[in-house]
Design a protein around this ligand. Structure first.
Ligand code: SAM
Length: 245
């Protein structure tokens, strides 16, 4: 997969997304990141990329032309068609389902705003999709782009040492068709610790019992922490019994 990042600080995204699983995905050739800086496409000795907003008010707005030329260069760098995504708090909220969909694409171009944002004419003409990483305001789209890069990179086949671990994560449908649940709690050594003991079922070697306990924990946690994710009436009989137990 190839991801192009259009940003005034493209190296920032590459750096954030250069460690752990994402770094490994890049080393393994599963993900290529390319940065593009609109300032390189700006005219004049000041290479200006922003200007004051029409109508007055605080802040600056990113200019159409440097961004447009930069996007055109990024698109042309590879023959594969690219989906252009503008990271903005006004976009559709990113979910794991959307991440899965993006991870299947061969190419993405992530557009990062700064200041008050981007001139709306550029957004209307060039952007295929607007995505938000949550209802809060960042000072730039770079951290949001890094979130997208990280989330899609770990889903590339071969990025995780154990592919099953992604299937067990929160918000993943797993093998069943049921609700999207939070993950169950996890424990590791030592078995006994001043802070508590590991639940005995996890030491029992009874795989069916462990699976049942994990499902029950996931259902219970989700019910308590994110009740909007669990429609009781839509649960399977087995899940309902686990939740009520
Ligand atoms: N004035 C804009 C608004 O209220 O919608 C916010 C501009 S923000 C200070 C600057 C840039 O940060 C945005 O253009 C966007 O690229 C990025 N950004 C800020 N918050 C974000 C979020 N929650 N998700 C994705 N991108 C965000």
């Amino acid at each position: 997969m190839r991801i192009d990042i259009v940003s005034l600080f493209p190296e920032f995204v590459a750096q954030v997304a250069g460690h752990g699983v994402v770094g490994r995905a890049r080393e393994r050739g599963l993900l290529a990141l390319h940065g593009w800086n609109p300032r390189d496409y700006a005219e004049g000795s000041y290479r200006r990329v922003d200007d004051r907003p029409f109508g007055g008010g605080p802040g600056m707005v990113m200019l159409v032309d440097p961004l447009r030329a930069c996007l055109a260069a990024a698109r042309a760098a590879d023959a594969k068609p690219a989906k252009v995504i503008y990271l903005t708090p006004q976009g559709e909220r990113l979910t794991q389902a959307r991440v899965r969909e993006l991870a299947r694409r061969e190419r993405l171009v992530l557009l990062c705003g700064r200041y008050e944002g981007i001139d709306e004419r550029l957004v209307a003409a060039e952007v295929d999709e607007e995505l938000s990483i949550g209802d809060y305001i960042l000072s730039g789209g770079e951290l949001a782009a890094a979130v997208v890069v990280d989330a899609v990179a770990r889903l590339q086949e071969g990025a995780l040492n154990d592919a099953e671990s992604a299937a067990q994560d929160s918000f993943e449908p797993g093998a069943s068709d049921g609700p999207l649940l939070l993950d169950c709690p996890h424990y590791t050594r030592p078995v006994e610790h001043p802070l508590g003991a590991v639940p005995p079922v996890l030491l029992s070697g009874n795989h069916a019992g462990i699976a049942r306990w994990r499902r029950q924990q996931a259902l219970g946690r989700t019910w308590l922490r994110r009740p909007e994710l669990v429609d009781r009436k839509a649960l399977s009989e087995a899940d309902r019994q686990l939740l009520d137990a």
